[in-house]
Design a protein around this ligand. Sequence first.
Ligand code: GLU
Length: 506
Amino acid sequence: MCGIYGFVGNSDASKNIIEGLRRLEYRGYDSWGISVIKNNEIVTVKNTILLNEVKDSSIKSLSGSTIGIGHNRWATHGGVTINNAHPHYSTDKSFVLAQNGIVENYQELKKKLILKGYNFITQTDTEVIVRLVESKLTKTTDLKEALRLAFLDLEGRNTVILLSLKNNQIISIRNGSPLVVGLGKHEIFFASDTLSFADKAEKVIYMNDLEMAENVGDKVHLYDVKNGKELKIKEHKITDANSDINHDGYDHFMLKEIVEQKDTIKAAVAYSEEELKPILDALKKAKHVYTIGAGTASFAAGMIAYYLRKHANINVTELRSYEVESYIHLFNKGDLLIAVSQSGETADTIEAIELAKKKGVKIASIVNMMGSTITRISDLPYFTRSGPEICVASTKAFTAQCAWGLLVALTAVGKYKEVRKDIHSLSESLENYFTDKKFEEIKAVAKKIKNKEHFFVLGRGQNYYISLEGSLKVKEITYKHFEGFAGGELKHGVIALIEKDTPVFV
Ligand code: GLU
C-alpha cells in the first residue's frame, strides 16, 4: 500500500513530512525518501532503514525548508535499495516525483523512451513516469500539462506526487491509491490519508480518481486529468472522528483499540430505524444479496452474511474481494452488494465494486473512514464510527462491522429495540472485562504456550468467522502458524495435525 506525503507552509517541511510518513507507516513500507527545496535546489534523503531507526543527523540536511514531498515505498518493481527509493529526479534536477501503485505498461513505455535516448538509473516503474514527463516537456513548457499528458499514457492504478523547483510547487494526481489534500492556516498537505495531518489541518479535500491538485502559493487548484479543465473544489471540515490519534495512556494502539470495543460496538449500532430504512428497503427489493471484503473485513462480511441468512431469512452469498472473478457474470441489475472495509481504500474491494457497478448492482457499504473511496462510490454508505484504527491488526473495526451486521439483520425482522439493547448490555459487560486481573490471566496463558509453533482455533456457526479472524489476528502479531477451522472439520482431517500438547482454542 505505502504512502505519500507533501507539505507547503510556513514551518519546517521535513519535520512535517517525517511526522506524516510515520503516521502512514501502518500502510506498510520497506524504504522511504524525502525531498525538499532548499537554497534553490532539491535536496533528497532516502533510506532502507525504517523511519524510527533513522538518526537525526542523517536528516539534518533537510531542515530549513518550507516545501517538500515524502514517500514510503513498498517495492513492486526493483529491489529494496536506496537507489530505487523514491522520490526520483528528472535529468536536469528541476523536479522529483514519487508514486504509489504500479505502471502496468512500464516495459513498453521504457523501450520507447530508451529509443528516444532517455537514460534509466533505477529498476523502478516510477522512473518511467519521470522520463515520460521529461519527454512531454519537449512539447510544452507547462510542467503541470506535461505531467497530465504523461499520466494519460500510464496503465494501472497510480497516484503520483511531484515537487517542482522552478514553480516552488507540488502537483499530485490520484488514480487508484488514495490521496487527500489538507488545508490549514497557510499550510497545505497532500497525503494518502486524512489521519496523517488531521491535527494540523482544518479542512480536507477528498480527491476522486483522475483528478490533479496543485498548490499556487497557499491556494489549491483542482483539475480533471482527462481534459485538463479546472474543477470546483469541495472542502470538508475535519471532524474529531478523523483526528483522535493518541495512545490515551495505553502502552500501544492495539491494546487501546481492544479496550475501546466497549464503546465502538455501541457506536456502530447508533443508527436510528429511519437511518436504516434505505438498506432494509434495498435488502427487501434485491434479487440477490452479496457481502464482500478482503482480509479481516472478509470475515466480517462472512459474519454479516451469516446474520442476514440466519436472522433475516435472506439468501446472502459472502465473497472475498480478490476471488470475485467467478461471480462477475452472475451479477445483475437489481442485486445488492454490501462492501465491508475499515479504511474504505481496500484496492481489491474497490475493484470488485467497480465491476459490480458496471453490471448495475446497487452498492451498500459499512466502512470506518468517512470520506474514503468506498464510502463515496457507494449508493448506501454506512459508517462504523469507531474512530481511527491505527494498529495494523484490526480489532475494534471488525467487531463494529459485525455489530452493525447484527443490527441490520435483526431490524429487518422488527427486532430493532431488542438488538440495540443486547449490544448495549454487551458493551456494559465489556466495561469491566479488561481488568488488570484479566490481563494477568491472558499473559499467563501466553507465557505457557509461546514456544509452540502450531495453534488451532475452532468455531461453529458465527464462531466459525471468529475462528478465522482470531487465527489471522494472532498470525499477524506472532508470526506463528495459527489456523482457524470450522468445528465440524475436526473429524475430517484436522485432527491428524493435533498432537498431545498442541494448543487449540475453541
Ligand atoms: N511501483 C513502485 C515501486 O516499486 C511504487 C511502489 C509503491 O507503491 O510504493 O517503486
